[in-house]
Design a protein. Structure first.
Length: 419
């Protein structure tokens, strides 16, 4: 399992570096205000994708091993169209944005939705290499096209981002259809479609509610900052958040493989020991990485991203405790999701949201983006503490089981040697 985690981690590391390149390119070329506009657009797209998961998401991975992938794809696609259309209309009603913005929001959210559905089905069939390649290709295309437009052609306007995104998501989507056609599943007409759609809906509602709530915890502060401060502040905040959250590729890579293995395992209890071992190593690596990141001087951030972005340094420092807490959070939540026990994750994210809203309301008007970082860390820590208690009750694991030891280091050293 650790070898597969390393392969997934390597891909996600590449994705993170390329995503960092996208953040750097938009920050250097568009400034803090332009970066803030791109961040709000990306956040709007992500919000639509979350609601698409109410009839898909991780449940596609859960059901793909035992259901016809084409029967899963049809209801997931239909729901994606409904959500993107309704969500775009709602965005136009809630915020004063141009019609062109809404058109790009609808089209790009739909492209991303279709690609995420196809990728989830491939991952559910353990086509992890194809899944990783698709994820890598979309961000590589986006970074490459932005580099060409911004630096090569001198086109430094926000609409350039939209144009690059169409190619970045559209081309991998076409490739994903070819990969799905290689699976042994064949379209069998409408037979079994209704029952599959009903089962997908049943699993998705419970599985994905926590993701929606988690997204609110992660990104609600952007809208508070946009309201109480301005788009420039959102741009600075987004850089600090992007750098801190990039570290999550470590625990998320581990959790993804754990989840897939747990879904396929006949003996669920046997997965507990490797889950704890990988979680300990992931948490240790996360703490080390965030410690290095928190020590970056403001002058370095300003030199890399532009003079406006040195202010991101305190954002990173206040996010650091929450980032480490999320490493344990991800391990616990993936374990409960793999067992189909979604209620526990939902309660954890609900608790986090109950902390996020009042914290943002009280801290951001007074402290700006630093208050947003404080609110995020408080939310992450509260949610993680709840999950750790519930995990202990469900498995008998104590607090000491989460602390790395010499056996973990020896295990990792032996694994490296074997490679």
């Amino acid at each position: 399992m650790l070898r597969r985690i390393f392969h997934t981690f390597a891909t996600r590391l590449s994705v993170a570096l390329l995503s960092f390149a996208v953040v750097w390119l938009t920050a250097r070329s568009l400034g803090a205000a332009g970066r803030g506009s791109v961040s709000l657009f990306v956040t709007d797209c992500a919000a639509l994708l979350l609601f698409i998961g109410l009839l898909g998401g991780s449940s596609l991975i859960f059901l793909a091993p035992r259901r016809n992938v084409w029967h899963l794809l049809v209801p997931a696609y239909g729901w994606a169209v409904v959500v993107c259309t309704a969500g775009t209309v709602l965005a136009g009603l809630l915020r004063p944005v141009p019609v062109s913005y809404l058109g790009h929001l609808w089209a790009l959210a739909l492209l991303q939705a279709f690609l995420s559905i196809n990728s989830a089905l491939l991952l559910g069939r353990k086509r992890e290499a194809a899944y990783n390649r698709l994820n890598l290709s979309q961000v590589a295309l986006l970074a490459g096209l932005l580099l060409l437009a911004f630096m090569g052609l001198g086109w430094r306007e926000v609409p350039v981002y939209y144009c690059a995104a169409y190619a970045a998501y559209g081309l991998p989507l076409l490739v994903s259809f070819g990969l799905l056609r290689r699976l042994p599943d064949r379209w069998e007409g409408g037979r079994g479609l209704r029952s599959t759609a009903a089962e997908l809906s049943h699993h998705s509602r419970g599985a994905h509610l926590s993701n929606i709530l988690a997204f609110a915890n992660y990104r609600l502060s952007y809208y508070f900052v946009a309201h109480f401060v301005d788009a420039r502040a959102v741009g600075v905040l987004s850089v600090g958040v992007a750098l801190a959250e990039a570290i999550w590729l470590i625990p998320r890579s581990a959790a993804l493989i754990q989840y897939v293995d747990l879904v396929h395992a006949d003996d669920k209890q046997a997965q507990l020991a490797p889950t704890l071992r990988v979680a300990r190593l992931a948490a240790l690596a996360t703490a080390a990485a965030v410690g290095v990141l928190a020590l970056l001087p403001p002058a370095l951030l300003a030199a890399v991203f532009g003079p406006e972005f040195g202010e991101a340094r305190p954002v990173i420092a206040w996010l650091a405790p929450g980032v480490v807490a999320v490493a344990l959070n991800v391990a616990c939540s993936s374990y409960f999701a793999g067992l189909g026990q979604y209620r526990t994750n939902n309660w954890a994210t609900t608790l986090g949201l109950l902390v996020t809203v009042p914290a943002c309301w009280l801290l951001i008007p007074r402290l700006g983006i630093v208050g947003a970082a404080m609110a995020a860390s408080l939310s992450y820590i509260a949610s993680t503490a709840f999950l750790l208690v519930q995990f202990g009750r469900a498995t008998g694991a104590g607090w000491a089981d989460w602390l790395p030891g010499s056996r973990d280091v020896a295990y990792l050293r032996e694994l490296v040697r074997s490679r």
